[in-house]
Design a protein around this ligand. Structure first.
Ligand SMILES: CC(C)(COP(=O)(O)OP(=O)(O)OC[C@H]1O[C@@H](n2cnc3c(N)ncnc32)[C@H](O)[C@@H]1OP(=O)(O)O)[C@@H](O)C(=O)NCCC(=O)NCCS
Length: 179
């Protein structure tokens, strides 16, 4: 696989008030922007790399275990929901469109005597590798890896891992081709 060229990474411009996040994040890189309305739970387990952009009203749902790591220069669209309970790794220069949802746990479905909501949780980490791009309103389910430079179409529901440079779309997401 050819190495990705990250030389174009530079700071984004805030479209809000540009305030620097002052919460107790595990790490906040230089020139990272966290727009107003963003909520970050368990910030002690959340790392945001240098030159990242976190759009308005994003929810980073960290957890008492598991880390959310967002790599340098990544762009997280407004209203996205990132769940960190099992661990979420987002690489460098990754793009997430508006309203992307990434989940890292789900209730087991085998305990019929209980409401699903009360069943045990099955935790599975998600990885989005360097340079990948996830279209608006796509949902990434627990345990999925989105390969380097891969593309997920708008509105997709991704149930299986996506190979590097593959393009997928639809519900469930199916391969459309390669970049
Ligand atoms: C998935 C995507 C990258 C494909 O682009 P493309 O390679 O140029 O694909 P095409 O437009 O040629 O479409 C190829 C086929 O896939 C279908 N398709 C394209 N995007 C789709 C999507 N999001 N969901 C379902 N099907 C899709 C097309 O209808 C077409 O089907 P057909 O061959 O039966 O007519 C693009 O459509 C997309 O969804 N981009 C995300 C845009 C976005 O959310 N941007 C956010 C920016 S922050």
């Amino acid at each position: 696989m050819p190495p990705l060229d990250f030389s174009a990474i530079s700071g984004y411009r805030s479209r809000g008030d540009g305030r620097r996040w002052t919460g107790n994040l595990c790490q906040l890189g230089v020139d990272a922007i966290v727009e107003p309305g963003t909520r970050i739970f368990h910030p002690e387990n959340v790392r945001i790399g240098a030159n990242c952009f976190i759009g308005h009203d994003v929810i980073i749902d960290g957890y008492h275990r598991g880390q959310v790591n967002i790599g340098e220069g990544s762009w997280i669209g407004p209203l996205s929901y990132l769940h960190g309970a099992a661990g979420l790794e987002i690489g460098r220069a990754v793009g997430l469109g508006p309203r992307v949802t990434i989940l890292t746990s789900q209730h087991v479905l085998t305990e019929r005597e209980r409401p699903v909501l009360h069943g045990a949780l099955d935790f599975r980490p998600v990885t989005v590798e360097d340079g990948a791009d996830i279209g608006a309103a796509a949902t990434i389910l627990p345990g999925v890896t989105i390969g380097q430079g891969a593309v997920v179409g708008a509105g997709a529901v991704v149930t299986r891992s996506v190979s590097p440079f593959e393009i997928v779309a639809g519900c469930p997401a199916r391969p459309l081709g390669q970049r």
